[in-house]
Design a protein around this ligand. Sequence first.
Ligand code: FES
Length: 219
Amino acid sequence: MVARSTCAFTVGGDSGHIAPRSARKGREKVVGDPSDKPCKLVVCRGCCCGTKKKVPGVDHKAQLKRLSGIEDHEGRSVPVRVSKCLGICFKANVVVVQPSSKGRADGGRPVWLGDFTEDRLVDELDDWIFRGGPGAAPVPEPLQPHLTSKDAKKPKKKKLKKQLKRKRKQAEKDKKEKKAAASKGGKGDKGKAGEKGASPEKAKGGKARKAEGKKKKKK
Ligand code: FES
């Protein structure tokens, strides 16, 4: 069933549903305003999102099934629309959470989530929608690093290179500092000779003096 221009088909109804997290947890559901429409999800399944080639190591079918099984605090099934491509493929998988009508009236706006790959993110999303979703409850902390938008810009290679360079430099600096700290804490005369202001000559002189002292003691 085609709902909108970007929509390939709608997932929902009774088919393929697994027990929603909200039901599994045995939470109490409330009876709300019948005119209030529930949150909706737009799940991208295009050239990158949902493909093993671009996003390996994820059971995309299972993820879609789980997303399709989400219910809100009133026990309403959250409709899921599958989109072909939402235009920010470098953020695959992309999921958009649309507010309920009450959430929208309270200022909630669609929330775009990128790199949506892990199971725990589905749990967090489920919990969030159960609490009302956009406009009703703040974005859960674990979802915050995944916030994105339809205007997100793909990071330039140059920028990435610079970032890598900076990271490498920092790593080298840390290594040097660690080495310096280790040598300071070293035992024996070597460490003492390396102390601030102790020139190699002075250190040598010190050694010679110590040797002489030992000889005198023996005598
Ligand atoms: S395929 Fe998902 S944003 Fe392009």
